[in-house]
Design a protein around this ligand. Structure first.
Ligand SMILES: [Mn+2]
Length: 458
């Protein structure tokens, strides 16, 4: 099956997108461009598919010339509605299997043209690229990479709306987890992960998870890419133990990715120390104002500074791009200690995660991850800043107050006020009063001057 997005979901018809691609072809003096990256094709055609778990993609190939637009896809996946949608976009649909033959014939017909060139994005497979002959290739990053990284206003509205519902689902989960563990009921990594899916699946517009949930108790959390199996997943989530949940959803209007690390009950001193360093790094990054167009690599240090001061670090990038009802990891921009391939600089309208962590092998791991949109700074129009999409409370009882400055506390207070206002309202609207009351407690405002009240009020 393939579905077509409507105008209120994609915000930009096929024709407008294709026109922009043809302008690129003219600029690059190319006669045609081939697309084989599935997220490029889904975005261009305003369709989504279900051929790959967690990724709303359909196996396909697209070919754009100055006057033609071809899509190669299994025709049995296309119903009347999708056919009409593609027809309206002036797309000629062919069977997936006929792509090679079609492209070969097209090449034969055009190869004698003066200055003949085919734009082949650098992600294209060898077999497709070799159809056109080495001397005729223009190999570069797919122009769609940047086009889809910068969300249009409709896509961004969808990202915001889906993040509210998704945050509500995760808050429901965290509330459920606390109640269950406090009651002494058995909760293991597998049953917790199933609950995460359960709460998301109840939300309107839910399609699938955006990746396989990382549900990690205790020392398992020390492995950043941990995946439970039937055996390891029996690890219990216990009072006083660390639990890390990294998960996300695919919705008709957006894609989400969020990580929280929690302790039901009291965390120990060492854990709170490391947790606060990670939190401080997250906040430092989230508060940053930076010039438009810089590469994400220049922001990466911000999320590590607090750890570095203590001789600590983490072994993964700070953040990645996120698609709009597409892949949860999306290029070309990211925030990493390595320059992300093809990073042409950060722009307003991009969606990025900030997810610093700290991992103590054999003991526990910590990661605090939110999605953010990049917006123009209100004071300095040549600058950008982060605006939160993810709205899930960050556990206040795991913070060592002497490791935060007033500005970090102010950020936390503002964040939690937004969480309560936006998601709280949504929870009440959907009849989740018990969850709302729990959320209210998680979002308590901290005293910015003296933190003395902290432990009594949380
Ligand atoms: Mn992530």
């Amino acid at each position: 099956m393939v579905i077509a997005l409507n105008e209120t979901q994609h915000g930009r018809p096929i024709g407008v997108k294709v026109r922009e691609i043809r302008e690129t072809l003219i600029k690059k003096k190319a006669d045609a461009i081939i697309f084989s990256a599935l997220d490029d094709i889904m975005w261009l055609m305003n369709i989504r598919g279900f051929d790959i778990p967690y990724n709303p993609l359909a196996f396909s190939i697209a070919f754009v010339t100055n006057s033609e637009l071809h899509l190669f896809i299994d025709p049995t996946k296309i119903d009347k509605q999708v056919a009409d949608h593609l027809n309206l976009g002036l797309v000629t649909v062919h069977s997936y299997d006929s792509a090679n033959q079609f492209l070969q014939a097209w090449h034969e017909k055009n190869k004698s043209l003066q200055g003949y060139k085919v734009f082949v994005p650098n992600s294209t497979n060898y077999s497709l690229a070799s159809i056109f002959g080495k001397e005729n290739l223009l190999v570069a990053m797919s122009p769609i990479q940047m086009m889809k990284a910068v969300k249009n206003s409709v896509e961004m509205a969808g990202m915001r709306a889906s993040h509210i519902r998704d945050s509500a689902a995760l808050i429901e989960f965290l509330h459920w987890l606390e109640v269950e563990v406090e009651a002494g009921h058995d909760v293991d990594e597998i049953s917790a992960a199933e609950k995460v899916r359960h709460f998301r699946a109840q939300q309107p517009g839910f399609v699938d998870l955006s990746f396989s949930t990382i549900s990690a108790s205790g020392e398992h959390a020390a492995l950043p890419h941990y995946k439970y199996d039937a055996e390891t997943g029996k690890a219990k989530i216990v009072k006083g133990g660390v639990y890390l949940v990294d998960s996300g959803g695919q919705y008709h209007d957006g894609t989400t990715d969020v990580t929280r690390t929690v302790v039901i009950g009291q965390g120990d001193d060492q854990f709170s120390f490391h947790n606060t360093l990670v939190l401080r790094g997250h906040i430092e990054n989230a508060m940053a104002k930076f010039p438009k167009g810089i590469q994400g690599v220049r922001l990466d240090t911000l999320s590590r500074q607090a750890l570095w001061e203590q001789g600590l670090d983490f072994g993964h990038g700070t953040g990645h791009g996120v698609g709009h009802f597409l892949s949860v990891h999306e290029g070309p921009c990211g925030i990493s200690y390595r320059v992300s391939a093809g990073d042409e600089g950060l722009q307003a309208g991009m969606v990025l995660t900030i997810e610093p962590g700290y991992y103590l092998p054999g003991k526990y791991g910590i990661r605090i991850e939110n999605c953010y949109e990049l917006v123009e700074d209100a004071e300095h129009s040549a600058f950008l800043r982060f605006k939160e999409l993810t709205l899930v409370p960050i556990q206040l009882t795991l913070i060592k107050k002497n490791l935060l400055e007033k500005k970090h506390v102010a950020w936390l207070n503002e964040y939690h006020a937004t969480v309560l206002r936006v998601v709280g309202k949504y929870l009440l609207k959907t009849g989740k009063e018990a969850v709302y009351l729990w959320l209210e407690k998680q979002c308590v405002q901290l005293d910015e001057q003296s933190y003395d009240l902290w432990l009594t009020c949380v």
